[in-house]
Ligand binder design. Structure first.
Ligand code: HEC
Ligand code: HEC
Ligand code: HEC
Length: 445
């Protein structure tokens, strides 16, 4: 074990055990709140309830309602191995101190959760208390904690209708002290708000519905909010952007230059429901998955509510993200600055990418493939550009066009070069991704 790793482990153990108190004082109450203002108990709320299913589903059968909520909470994304049976677990989460695998949540009595009581299910879902010990916060119980009993049990009822899959959980590979699940009880005490959603009567019904969807179900903040040293989301910088599974989950606050302040409501709604918005780009990677497995099933009224809520989150400027460059790149193949920045990248772009993306960056076959003006192409780390080249971009609901994966076709050096060429030619600032960074990105996703 390298010295660096031992130091990391000791420091983290001290932080977890002793420093927690300081962390709580510094980051605790307040930091956990998702919405300021006057709150009331759910029972006292007037008007359409912000929890549960939308009106369109009110008379649907319980299984359909449970399915809607399960999709909104996107349990499938994490509880399915790559290419595996949905909900049977086995997806790897690579953390600095080891790997954790998601468990099987199909109703198999031995290897899944078929034998659990409702109370055990709710405790795991919202408090991170499993029968085998406390759960690591890779399971987002600090978000699901806002969920009502009724919605948690509706999800349980839907999961109970799935075909049971026999699949033993894979034990995690954490070294001491991280394999001590008891530490997670301390984490939960410090960082899990441990409360249910309470509507805010100073806000509209749409805002309250959006807040419930975003915070209790769709857990946008688990990817878009930066984390503190203890891996808890720091809600004082809500939605200011973070890294999720090796992808950059960008700033989605109302900041005009570095967030989504200049997106129209229609653009936001289209992006969330279809995974693409004209001129704003594609949702690939973890966001593509969130759209494909979860957000595209939301009703238009729920998407509109999400937009209302996301818009209300205070603007935070993140100067590492420049304002996206407007307009197309020159039509010819020459652009001195980009050519000099990445000659190998130019060769690859010319050989492989040009047919779909054109020298101007305006999609050659489909408007969806337009590179200009998107956040990924204007991000000077080029993280998501490299990731899109590695793993492709999903079909876009709008016209079914998608981008193939090139991760197997190209070496780390080639991917770094083409990513640097793309940002230099189409973005606000050239990137300087190294082959080593590309290798790390491959591992993280
Ligand atoms: C962001 C990823 C993620 C999402 C989303 C997610 N889970 Fe999990 N879940 C995990 C991981 C990882 C674990 C294992 C944690 C551990 O071993 O400490 C887990 C553990 C669990 C457990 C405990 C199972 C056991 O055998 O101990 C249950 C139950 C569970 N999740 C249910 C759900 C439900 C229901 C949803 C949707 C409402 C959901 N999860 C969404 C990642 C996720
Ligand atoms: C599993 C992680 C994850 C979750 C959950 C998630 N996002 Fe994202 N989001 C991302 C990533 C990664 C990107 C960048 C995608 C890309 O560049 O292709 C992104 C991109 C976006 C963008 C585009 C930003 C830009 O400037 O291009 C918006 C808007 C957005 N997400 C909103 C949301 C909302 C609202 C939610 C909750 C309803 C949400 N996201 C949930 C990871 C996530
Ligand atoms: C077969 C056509 C095709 C090829 C070849 C192709 N792309 Fe794409 N690319 C697309 C489409 C279509 C999208 C949008 C996908 C969506 O909307 O989900 C896209 C999206 C992208 C994005 C994301 C833009 C954003 O929204 O932020 C980047 C970056 C990108 N491509 C770079 C490349 C590079 C670099 C190459 C060459 C190595 C390449 N593409 C080759 C079709 C292609």
């Amino acid at each position: 074990m390298s010295t660096r790793r031992i130091v990391l482990i000791v420091v983290a153990a001290l932080v977890v055990a002793g420093g927690g108190v300081f962390a709580w004082i510094a980051l605790g109450p307040g930091a956990m709140d998702f919405a300021g203002g006057h709150r009331i108990a759910l029972q006292a709320y007037q008007g359409a309830p912000p929890t549960g299913v939308p009106a369109d589903f009110a008379s649907a059968d319980p299984v359909a309602r449970g399915k809607y909520l399960t999709q909104a909470a996107d349990c499938q994304a994490c509880h399915t191995a790559k290419g595996g049976t949905p909900f049977a677990g086995g997806l790897a989460f690579n953390l600095p101190f080891g790997t954790i695998w998601s468990p099987n949540i199909t109703p198999d009595r031995e290897t899944g959760i078929g034998g659990w009581s409702d109370a055990q299910f709710l405790a795991a879902l919202r408090e991170g208390k499993g029968p085998k010990g406390h759960l690591y916060p890779a399971m987002p119980y600090a978000s699901y904690t806002w969920m009502t009993d009724a919605d948690g049990l509706a999800i349980r009822a839907y999961l109970a209708t799935l075909a049971p899959v026999r699949k033993q959980p894979i034990p995690n590979s954490f070294a001491w002290p991280f394999n001590q699940r008891g530490l997670m009880a301390i984490w939960g005490k410090l960082f899990n708000p441990g409360r249910r959603f309470e509507p805010n009567t100073d806000r509209s019904p749409a805002w309250n519905r959006g807040a419930y969807l975003a915070e209790a179900l769709a857990h946008c903040g688990e990817c878009h909010t930066p984390r503190n040293l203890m891996q808890a989301v720091d809600n004082r910088r809500k939605y200011a952007g973070a890294v999720a599974a090796g992808w950059r989950a960008f700033n989605i606050t109302a900041d005009k230059d570095t967030g989504v302040g200049e997106w129209s409501d229609a653009e936001l709604a289209q992006y969330l429901s279809q995974g693409h918005a004209a001129g704003r780009g594609a949702a690939a990677g973890p966001m593509g998955e969130a759209v494909n497995l979860s957000l595209r099933y939301l009703t238009p009224s729920d998407i509109a509510a999400l937009v209302t809520y996301v818009r209300s989150v205070p603007a935070i400027s993140t100067p590492d993200q420049p304002r996206p460059k407007a307009g197309l790149a020159p039509a010819g193949h020459r652009l001195a600055s980009a050519d000099a920045a990445a000659p190998l990248g130019k060769k690859i772009f010319e050989g492989t990418c040009i047919g779909c993306h054109a020298w101007t960056g305006q999609g050659a076959l489909s408007g969806l493939a337009t590179l200009n003006g998107t956040r990924a192409v204007n991000d000077p780390t080029a993280t998501n550009v490299a990731q899109v080249v590695i793993s492709g971009a999903p079909r876009s609901a709008a016209d079914g066009q998608s981008m193939p994966a090139f991760g197997h076709a190209y070496s780390d050096a080639e991917i770094a070069a083409v990513a640097n060429y793309v940002t230099a030619r189409f973005g606000a600032k050239p990137s300087n991704v190294t082959p080593k960074q590309v290798a790390a990105l491959r591992k993280a996703s």
